[in-house]
Design a protein around this ligand. Sequence first.
Ligand code: CUA
Length: 155
Amino acid sequence: MHVELYERIWMWIAGALIVLFLGVIVSTAAAGAIQPPSHIETVDPATLASHPEFSDPKVKTNADGSVTASIVAATFSFTPDPIEVPAGKPVTFRITSSDVIHGFMVVGTNANAMAIPGYVSQFTMTFDKPGEYLIACNEYCGVLHHGMVGKLIVK
Ligand code: CUA
C-alpha cells in the first residue's frame, strides 16, 4: 500500500507523541509517586454525625505506632483544623465530605486528593520537614470556595 510522504511523517509524529505521553505517565508514577486513586471505600454522608470515625475526625496514633488522620471537608472548612502530624512518620490521610465535592491539597507537597461525599479518599504520606503547611480546597464548591483553607502542622 502506498502512503504519501507527509502522511507517513505525521504517522511517525503521532506515534512518537503516544510513546512520549505514556513515558510521562510511567515516569511520574515511578519518580513522582503520582498515582491514580485506588482506594475505594464508601461512607454514608448523611450519617457522618454518628459515624465511629468521622463523627469526631482527628489525628490518632494506632497501636502499631502508625498515624491516621481522619478529616471531614464541609463548606467551607476542614475538620480538624489545624491538623497536627508528626514529622518523619508515615501518616495515612482519610478524607471524606459531608456535603459537596471538595479538594484537599497540601500546598508545596504532592499530597492532593478529592473529598467526595459518599467516599473515603485515602493516601499515606511522610512529611520530613517540620513546619506549617497550607491546606487548600482545589475543587470549586461554592461562593466561599476561595476561602476554604486549613492548616497542617508538622512537628
Ligand atoms: Cu471546598 Cu472549594
